[in-house]
Design a protein around this ligand. Structure first.
Ligand code: MG
Ligand code: ZN
Length: 365
């Protein structure tokens, strides 16, 4: 009897060790908007053959990006799949096909786990991808309504562009959302210096009044935001969820502009490096890198006659060619590091990424 009890206790110890090991305290989700597998391959050529940081992660998978009805998603449906675990129609921001809100991960981790939450993007803060993490609207074009919902969201750290959507003189309804932000405990920073000097509990960091600048004109804004987000979010004893988007990878690929793409994806690689270093030192952080869809139908080939092309890599003689100025239905890659990262292997749906993160965080209870 005593021996059986001992064996049972031993089995319990092994299970609780294995089980407990896999639950991350913090989650960092990095989204390269429009970043298909070829874009990641191009990144390694741009680094003169050095691998992209994400490809150094131990676990890799493939995510299908189709939306509820179509094989080709936009960033609203794609972002919503990642933020809510439910597929929807293009244009919908975290609402189902009938317009009912689908709970997003920021709402869920705040309510269930009392975790800190943040988003950092290099686009308008009200753009479809970030909006899917705090707003519920049936049209991604409702920027002023999305801005209004951001003020009343559960977010603790917000960084992105287009401050004008918050200013009464710029809004159609003349609401003063800056006053509302203040009441909600946010502190507005409009420069890197301001942000670095502030010790605000809830920083609201704005990159631009209107259209956000390209990577070549942002200096180290994104990296600085990440360090500030870590300072702010690690104060939450129950851990944090942070979403970081390389937003303009998509814009550059829509324009078939390889130089702009290069700047954006190299900066995104640095953002992944910062998340990776944080997770290495912290030991309780899951880092997941993926994309909402591929943009541009990018391919890298030897020189093809009569096709407009640009040399990407002298060493391997690769040229970039573009198949479209729109999104494609190609699957995208998923890369994971940290506790629970082994779940992100093989083929999955974009909605599975949300479900896997949620299941892992559920284990904390
Ligand atoms: Mg986006
Ligand atoms: Zn796009």
């Amino acid at each position: 009897m005593k021996k059986n009890l001992f064996i049972l206790f031993f089995i319990f110890l092994i299970f609780s060790y294995l089980y407990g090991q896999k639950a991350p305290k913090n989650v960092i989700l990095l989204i390269g908007d429009g970043m298909g597998p070829v874009q990641v391959e191009a990144l390694s050529y741009l680094k003169s053959g050095k691998p992209a940081v994400m490809t150094q992660f131990p676990y890799h998978g493939i995510s299908n990006t189709n939306n509820l009805r179509d094989s080709i998603t936009d960033s609203a449906a794609g972002g919503s799949a990642l933020s809510t675990g439910k597929k929807t129609l293009n244009g919908h921001v975290a609402t189902d096909e009938n317009g009912n809100p689908n709970e997003n991960i920021v709402e869920w981790v705040s309510r269930e786990n009392n975790m800190g939450t943040g988003i950092i993007v290099t686009s308008h803060i009200t753009d479809a991808t970030p909006a899917a993490f705090y707003a519920h609207v049936n049209s991604r074009k409702e920027h002023e309504e999305i801005a209004r919902q951001l003020v009343f969201s559960d977010l603790d750290f917000v960084a992105g562009g287009y401050l004008n959507y918050f200013l009464p003189e710029e809004r159609k309804d003349h609401l003063n959302l800056l006053d509302s932000l203040d009441i909600r405990g946010f502190t507005l920073n409009t420069s890197i210096a301001e942000m670095n000097n502030a010790v605000a509990a809830k920083p609201f960091v704005m990159l631009s009044e209107k259209y956000p600048p390209k990577a070549s004109e942002r200096e180290s804004w994104l990296q600085n935001c990440m360090y500030n987000a870590f300072d702010c979010l690690t104060r939450h004893t129950n851990g944090f969820f942070l979403m970081v988007e390389g937003s303009q990878i998509d814009w550059a690929c829509h324009d078939n502009d390889f130089d702009h793409f290069a700047d954006e994806i190299l900066e995104f690689d640095k953002a992944v490096q910062i998340a990776y270093e944080f997770a290495m030192a912290n030991d309780e952080t899951l880092v997941v890198v993926t994309a909402d869809h591929e943009t541009g139908g990018m391919s890298l080939d030897p020189a093809i006659k009569k096709v407009k092309k640009k040399l990407v890599s002298q060493e391997v003689g690769k040229y970039v060619t573009w198949g479209t100025k729109r999104h494609t239905g190609k699957p995208v890659n998923v890369y994971a590091f940290g506790p629970g990262s082994e779940l992100f292997q093989g083929e999955m749906e974009n909605t599975d990424i949300y479900l896997k993160i949620k299941n892992l965080l559920n284990r904390k209870h």
